[in-house]
Design a protein around this ligand. Structure first.
Ligand SMILES: [Zn+2]
Length: 379
């Protein structure tokens, strides 16, 4: 059994949208209340209250604020769960103190837990969620298995999604008996030891012009709006306008967000395609430990983007391999691009500009990246 998450685009009606928005707000409210309570307790020398204890506190909280009963009850328990995780991170990993959630910056989301079939797939286009009822959805992959949780989110573009996590039985993919070493690079995102190259696609560049167009407008409209707000205040207006009152400004803001989301979606689709192809083609995939690449910290944009893509690709490879009964191995190796993969001769450091070289010992002509991938496979 493996946990798998399915993303469904949902189309709530006006009432359901209001219910979602209220549930987002109520979860934020409960988070802030519980956090405040923990903080005050700590200041007064009290002990930390764990998840179970916080769940117990939800009852008096609902008595004090009866409107909280409108929320899906399991989503409020989800809040104590998340807050507990945040505190565990603070205690065990010395992460920062949990932060209060503001309406402006908090991600609009809440998670419902499956209990007593409160989350049901009605048919292949409708899902029933606690409190809000049946909602139409569209998806590329229909959820299967036993549903555990459903997380409702609103994207920056104002679209609603539900992420359904379920326990699924995944059949292994057929074994191919094939092994591969993969080198990750800048111009080519991935190079396999059997000579296949997956180029790095700069989706940000493809959309950059249109995005810049809206970014400029956003900046200009913001300046204009701020001027008008200052003027309102100067005139001591009863209700000075806020940035959100400026329609054109808000539109530009949505457009900028839209492009960022597009870039992220296109990159993810591309990486999904590559990782699925690799996992289906090979039984064992060997990757280089990124630390040995010595590229993790740098300020070069192309490298930063490659870095991000490598990390995402590795994650995808790891979980897909786990799903489909394949194996991903990380190898610590060094000098992968300067050692001859045929005879092992160390040719010394090659500058990044050297794309091909010939081994002086065995005279094999190498493509730099493919040779590196072969060394990773052999490691
Ligand atoms: Zn050689």
């Amino acid at each position: 059994m493996t946990m798998k998450t399915f993303k469904l685009r949902i189309y709530p009606n006006a009432t359901q949208q209001i219910q979602f928005e209220r549930n987002f707000g109520m979860c934020r409210f409960v988070w802030n209340e519980l956090l405040n309570m923990q903080t005050k307790r700590h200041e007064n020398g009290g002990k930390y209250i764990n998840e179970f204890g916080m769940n117990y506190l939800l009852k008096p909280l609902k008595q004090e604020y009866p409107w909280l009963k409108e929320a899906d009850a399991t989503s409020l328990q989800g809040v104590s769960h998340n807050l507990h995780l945040a505190f565990q991170k603070l205690f065990k990993k010395h992460a920062g103190y949990p932060k209060f959630k503001s309406k402006r910056f908090a991600r609009p989301a809440y998670r419902s837990n499956a209990v007593n079939s409160n989350i049901v797939l009605v048919d292949d286009a409708h899902i029933r969620l606690p409190k809000v009822g049946v909602i139409r959805f569209r998806t590329g992959q229909l959820p299967d298995g036993r549903i555990k949780t459903a997380t409702v989110v609103r994207s920056s573009m104002g679209k609603y999604y539900v992420l359904v996590a379920s326990d699924v039985e995944i059949a292994s993919w057929p074994k191919t008996d094939a092994l591969v070493g993969i080198d990750m690079g800048i111009a080519n995102l991935a190079i396999t030891s059997d000579c296949k190259k997956y180029v790095t696609k700069r989706f940000d560049k493809i959309l950059a012009k249109k995005k810049r167009y809206w970014e400029k407008r956003l900046a200009r409209r913001r300046r204009q709006a701020e001027k008008e707000i200052a003027w309102d205040k100067h005139l001591k207006a009863v209700a000075p306008r806020q940035l959100s009152d400026f329609k054109n400004y808000m539109k530009a803001k949505v457009m900028v967000a839209k492009f960022s989301e597009k870039v992220a979606n296109q990159r993810r689709d591309y990486l999904q395609k590559i990782s699925t192809e690799l996992v289906s083609r090979y039984d064992v995939i060997k990757l280089e430990d990124l630390k040995t690449k010595g590229l993790l910290r740098n300020h070069n944009l192309a490298r930063a983007i490659a870095n991000q893509a490598w990390r995402e690709l590795r994650q995808m490879l790891a979980y897909k391999a786990a799903w489909y009964g394949k194996q991903v191995i990380t190898v610590s190796t060094y000098k992968t691009s300067q050692r001859c993969s045929v005879c092992g001769y160390d040719d010394g450091k090659h500058e990044l500009s050297v794309r091909e070289w010939t081994c002086p010992q065995c005279h094999t002509h190498h493509d730099r990246d493919i040779n590196a991938a072969k060394n990773i496979l052999a490691a």
